[in-house]
Design a protein. Structure first.
Length: 312
């Protein structure tokens, strides 16, 4: 019922012209639009779509979204450009970014971004690239899918487990997998980038940021583990790519004042939260480690257009 009401509101905003009208007054707002996976009809099975369908965006839709933004006065930048005073003069400065480090960003998103000469940012979880860690949500989706569970059942199960504290969740999944003789093997899932591919993106107008080492909720870590996630991931990325890493996107969007203070101490300039909305330079000066974002999800172009300007 909630999702139906939301769709009604979205379509009302669109067809009444309200979202278009609001968009006309947002020229000095900073838009940070976040993605994860960009799938293609040809290789969606090979890459990711069946495992991560809820926030995978079709490459055709992705291109339509970029064209819409270009046609409506958006100027595309990197996070590092936010330090430049000249950026304040730009119309609707917009950052396109990707979390985690999925291979389909290179395969499907990069050609489209290059075609339209649009810069982007990717936040890398170093443990996924090293194949030493794996996203528990993907492992569970794969296991339940193999057992014949449908998408709705799988998402319901994941939402329930997501509410558990990290240590409790890890213990639960370990016991659950043990009983079912299942062990996720990161090396068997060729869905994440490797280091040469990360460097390839870096050399093709992608800014590289940190998404931690193990994709953990930073708010649940002790001081030592938190410091390791922040400092080590930054160091690894800078050594692998040969460029400074200034921005972090918080795994699961979990941050608080303690995390933000630690991010500052670790040498970052910006931090991306899951707070939904627009930014302006006054806000960024006050909250550089609490950048708001707009999440791009699977859906119609109408929904995307309203989400961008109405924060729905």
């Amino acid at each position: 019922m909630k999702s139906i009401l939301k769709k009604i509101v979205i379509f009302t905003c669109y067809y009444s012209g309200l979202s278009w009208l609001v968009g006309m007054f947002l020229n000095r707002k900073i838009f940070c639009i976040g993605y994860h996976s960009i799938f293609d009809d040809v290789n969606k099975d090979e890459l990711l779509q069946k495992l991560y369908w809820n926030i995978s965006v079709n490459s055709k839709d992705f291109e339509k979204q970029l064209i819409f933004l270009k046609n409506n006065g958006h100027t595309f930048i990197h996070f590092s450009d936010l330090k430049n005073k000249e950026t304040k003069k730009l119309s609707k400065p917009t950052i396109i970014f990707f979390d985690d480090g999925f291979k389909d960003v290179l395969v499907n998103a990069l050609p489209i971004l290059k075609k339209h000469n649009i810069p982007a940012t990717i936040f890398i979880t170093t443990g996924l690239i090293d194949r030493t860690h794996f996203l528990w949500t993907l492992g569970l989706r794969h296991f339940l899918g193999e057992k014949g569970r449908n998408k709705k059942e799988i998402e319901t199960e994941i939402k329930k487990i997501k509410k558990m504290p990290m240590q409790e969740r890890e213990k639960f999944l370990k016991t659950f997998y043990s009983k079912n003789n299942f062990k996720p093997q990161p090396e068997n899932f060729d869905i994440f980038l490797d280091w040469p591919e990360v460097r390839d993106l870096s050399n093709n107008n992608f800014e590289i940021g940190s998404h931690g080492i193990a994709h953990q909720k930073l708010t649940e870590l002790n001081d030592s583990d938190l410091e390791n996630e922040l400092i080590s991931s930054k160091k690894i990325l800078e050594e692998k790519v040969g460029r400074e890493v200034e921005t972090i996107s918080y795994p699961y969007g979990r941050n608080n004042e303690k995390v933000e203070s630690s991010v500052n101490s670790a040498g970052y300039t910006f931090g991306v939260s899951t707070i939904s909305g627009f930014n302006d330079f006054e806000y960024l000066e006050k909250y550089p480690f609490r950048i708001k974002k707009i999440t791009a999800e699977t859906g119609s172009m109408t929904e995307f257009k309203v989400r961008v300007y109405m924060n729905l």
